[in-house]
Design a protein around this ligand. Structure first.
Ligand SMILES: Cc1ncc(C[n+]2csc(CCOP(=O)(O)OP(=O)(O)O)c2C)c(N)n1
Ligand code: SF4
Ligand SMILES: [Mg+2]
Length: 298
């Protein structure tokens, strides 16, 4: 089985090779433009050709993203990108599989799948464009909208606390957890590249603002002032307890960088499947040998 960073062909790629001719229909200024650019830069740095990459998404503005790349793509069903991506990776383990979608897609309707992809340590890179709103359906509360937020579905302000995506995945034992912003494009491209290189499930939460339904404080200009680079404050990504403490600050502080990278990640589900297949093959060969010895004519 190949790793995500072993190309079958040995060509050199530029970010432009991963951008399709389809013109995005996102609102001008939407943060998702920056995310697709960061993804294409990361893929060029990895160096695998577009036909060795499968890009899976759910439904939402953010989930349109595979169509804007030249990789294989599947804009699936709302909240079901992770199960479909897992099937694709298991059926074709040599594909590099990226998954992307929105905060609603990932943490409301699709929230139940996150725990299972983590406990299997599936070798996927999952990029969530967290804009704290349902963008595509015109601005309803999302699972990451903050308490008090006024939207189309909460004219008097939300009565709920938001889901904390960083703490959520840390809680289930994710081995690679990062947060980025299109306000720091080179940083975001680097995080996605690191996520792809990580042997197992990599989660990258991206603070990708919705310019149409989002609030002023979430926009790129405001984010630039709030961003705290984890590398700059000397954060140790191998320290799980510290990473969990910092994950708790989601919503109050805007950390960017790798929050947690497990120095000893568990085996991936794919590795387990390969080993099981090899063991079963050995058993089958042994059975055939016995058959040949004892059954005349075999
Ligand atoms: C089963 C199902 N339920 C609801 C919808 C309607 N719907 C489409 S996208 C969406 C939410 C999108 O929000 P998010 O995932 O955060 O993506 P964004 O548009 O903000 O990028 C909803 C509720 C749907 N398409 N399918
Ligand atoms: S509605 Fe928001 S998330 Fe959707 S394209 Fe426009 S700015 Fe982006
Ligand atoms: Mg959203």
């Amino acid at each position: 089985m190949m790793t995500n960073t072993e190309p079958i062909s040995t060509c050199q790629f530029q970010a432009g090779d991963f951008k399709s001719d389809l013109k995005p229909i996102w609102c001008p200024g939407c943060g998702d433009y920056g995310v697709v650019t960061a993804i294409t830069r990361a893929l060029a740095a990895i160096g695998r050709p577009p036909h060795e990459v499968a890009f899976i998404s759910g439904i939402g503005c953010s989930s349109r993203i595979p169509g804007y790349t030249t990789t294989y793509g599947f804009n699936t069903v709302h909240g079901r990108s992770l199960p479909i991506a897992q099937g694709i990776k298991l059926a074709n383990p040599d594909l590099l599989v990226l998954v992307a979608g929105g905060d609603g897609d990932g943490f409301s309707i699709g929230g139940g799948h996150v725990a299972h992809v983590i406990r299997r340590n599936m070798d996927l890179t999952y990029i969530v464009m967290d804009n704290q709103i349902y963008g595509l359906t015109k601005g309803q509360l999302s699972p990451t909208s903050k308490r008090g937020r006024k939207t189309a579905t909460s004219s008097f302000g939300s009565l709920e606390d938001p889901v904390n995506p960083l703490l959520y995945v840390m809680g289930y034992g994710a081995s690679f957890v990062a947060q980025g912003s299109p306000a720091d494009m080179p940083g975001l491209a680097h995080l996605i590249e690191e996520g792809i290189r990580f042997p197992g499930f990599a989660f990258i939460n991206v603070q990708s603002p919705c310019v149409t339904y989002g609030e002023e404080e979430e926009q790129l200009k405001a984010q630039k002032a709030r961003i705290q680079s984890l590398a700059a404050i000397g954060h140790d990504p191998a320290d799980r307890a510290l990473a969990t403490e910092r994950a708790r600050e989601y919503g109050t502080k805007l950390y960017t960088g790798i929050l947690y990278r497990n120095p000893k990640p568990p085996p991936t589900y794919g590795q387990g499947v390969t080993e099981r297949q090899q063991a079963l093959k050995k058993q089958a060969v042994a059975c055939l040998d016995i058959l040949k010895r004892f059954v005349p004519g075999h």
